[in-house]
Ligand binder design. Sequence first.
Ligand SMILES: [Cu+2]
Length: 336
Amino acid sequence: MHTAARLGLFAAGAAAVFTVALVAAPLIIPADASAAWTSNEDEHMDTTEVGHGAHAGAAASGSAPIAAADVRGLSVSQRGYTLAALGAPTAADEAGEISFAIADASGAPLTAYQTAHEKRLHLIVVRTDGAHFRHVHPELADDGTWTVPFTFDAAGTYRVFADFVPAALAETVTLTSTVEVAGAFAPEPRTADSTTATVDGITVELAGDLAAGAERELTFTVTRGGEPVTTLEPYLGAYGHLVALRQGDLAYLHVHPMGEPGDGVTDPGPEIAFMATAPTAGRYLLYLDLQLDGRVLSVPFVLTATGEATDGADGGGHDDEASLKPAEPAHAEEHG
Ligand SMILES: [Cu+2]
């Protein structure tokens, strides 16, 4: 496909703006190793290991980098895979489904996936202003078609992100496309930071900050009625999942906290922590998914990274390193 080829070139050029790394608790990432991940898209480590507690023990031994990813979520085609045949409801409040296929380099629908975070594919849907975030899990048909029932509850332009691991590649690929949804459009631009959010009676407060090119800890504290919530339930193998999008291009990071339920050191709340390095100054849209009382909540935050802005779109990317990984679980051990 000519389009795919061109987009593939684009994707390669934009490489290394973002790197995602998820690291087990005791592991210290050497700065030079981190830089190496961002500078070598083709030879970086197996990102399928991201977030998998089963690998944490091996990771904890020390020097080996655990995971890295190239720039993701900025292109409809990357690494030879293309988000194809995207269908979706065309108007707000119209019940329907989102459907698509992942075409491989030959154009054939991909049917062989590795499971990552308990699913073969994760689909993020969010309006381009950052509102109406959804994280869903489509079903795969034998012919390679993915479908999920879906109703847009508001008009606007949406980005969809398909996050998956092709079995043949064994690395995470995140493809994106847009969906236009008709109806009366009321933009909700994120013009200010927001570090406290309440969804369905659950309040989550974000402590910490982001700084361009510097690692910072983000800690989310979950309360209900002013009381700490310590009964978070495992969701996709973790107590919390963080999706981070850079405002503007919506470059995508999908990260999970360190540790997993039942590992003996990770508490089910009230705190969930990540370490984050923003690639550039500017505003980031964060969405924390957690499960409580059998319900999955997506809690939105907005945070501005301070520091000198760098150009993340020039394809060089040498200064544009980003990582989000779990914090060391000091709090978990203190409580545990
Ligand atoms: Cu998912």
